[in-house]
Design a protein around this ligand. Structure first.
Ligand code: AQP
Length: 331
């Protein structure tokens, strides 16, 4: 039996280059070796206020983009989180095995509470518990994510171990699979901040996969650098240049050392142009496939239904075991 992999992406906007490099590109590489389950985590996205029509469209668009970016829906179980109600049911049970003190320590909660001070809802607070439910439902061994999800993964492991210690081995305890390079792509204009698809302050911070080539080139050319003119990978002292080198290296599948050699003696303008071109080259076939998929509503619906049913079946098995373990009556 193949090991199970689970991961998800929020439908809070459209895929950006950080999601692609830190997550989706690696997911596509794993589809032959593992039993891969990936979902558009639309319930997670509700922790931030969404406009219903755009929200619905974003989720479908995200689904199509995942396929366009390389996830074969015949090899991967690809669905919407909201299609499988077991996610929400297990989240409730796991809420009762998670301490408020643990949730208080979550940096994403603290950071998002600041960003959305007018809407610090309970969903934002219990987000990591729903994420734990997503993963544990499928007995996943590996969770390929970007660096920002590391703390949530650790909480998921703690909750699984706690539950298993009480009730026996109900859950597989998962491990994070974080890429060595590209696990935290930074904003282009504000290199202290991770690039995020729900960026609203400055669109020049983020490169979206669906951005037209001229926008991509413009965003790369405007990326913040420094004044010493040296193309060197040094995240502490040269965060802007290091971020551009990371994007380039990940898209070209080379090391940052090789990048440094390639750009030795060149100016920042040349690096920015090369990064822009590398992004354009990467996204061109994705966009082409996306355009085809998004206009084929019947095909997308068919995949969602087929994969959603497959996911629901696997999820129900775990949920039944959990209910039996804690002593919930079933009829
Ligand atoms: N900057 C990033 N660099 C590398 N990987 C990243 N991921 C997210 N940002 C980066 C990884 O992408 C996967 C999907 O995560 P997500 O949907 O939570 O992504 P997001 O862009 O962070 O989404 P939002 O809605 O904009 O969330 P916030 O507001 O939290 O930033 C994950 O594997 C993630 O690690």
């Amino acid at each position: 039996m193949k090991k199970v992999i689970f991961s998800g992406v929020q439908s809070t906007g459209t895929l950006m280059i950080g999601n692609y490099i830190g997550a989706v590109k690696n997911w596509a590489r794993m589809q032959d070796e593992y039993d891969c389950i990936y979902c558009v985590v639309d319930y997670h996205a509700l922790t931030v206020r969404q406009e219903p029509a755009a929200f619905k469209e974003n989720a479908r668009s995200m689904f199509a983009l995942l396929i366009a970016a390389g996830l074969d829906p015949d090899k991967n179980t690809l669905y919407f989180q909201s299609q499988v109600s077991a996610h929400a049911e297990l989240a409730w049970i796991l809420n009762c095995f998670t301490y408020a003190g643990e949730l208080n320590r979550m940096t994403q909660y603290k950071e998002k509470s600041q960003r959305h001070a007018d809407n610090i809802n309970a969903g934002l607070y219990t987000y990591p518990v729903l994420m734990a439910a997503d993963i544990l439902l499928y007995q996943a061994s590996l969770v390929p994510v970007g660096e920002d999800q590391k703390q949530h993964l650790e909480l998921c492991r703690d909750v699984a171990l706690r539950f298993n210690n009480i009730y026996g081995n109900v859950f597989t305890v998962p491990e994070a699979h974080i890429p060595q390079m590209g696990a935290r792509i930074m904003s282009l204009q504000d290199t202290d901040k991770k690039m995020s698809k729900s960026e609203t302050e400055n669109p020049n911070n983020v490169i979206f996969l669906l951005d037209p080539p001229e926008t991509i080139m413009k965003k790369c050319k405007r990326a913040v650098t420094d004044s010493d003119g040296l193309i060197k990978f040094d995240t502490a002292n040269k965060p802007g240049i290091s971020n551009l080198l990371t994007i380039y290296a990940c898209l070209k599948d080379i090391s940052t050392d090789e990048c440094e050699k390639q750009f030795a003696g060149m100016g920042y303008g040349a690096l920015k142009t090369a990064v822009g071109e590398a992004v354009c080259e990467t996204v061109a076939p994705i966009k082409k496939k996306y355009d085809m998929l998004i206009s084929d509503a019947a095909y997308l619906d068919e995949i969602c239904i087929k994969n959603g049913n497959r996911a629901a079946k696997a999820a129900a098995e775990t949920l039944d075991r959990v209910k039996a373990a804690v002593g919930i009556n079933t009829f």
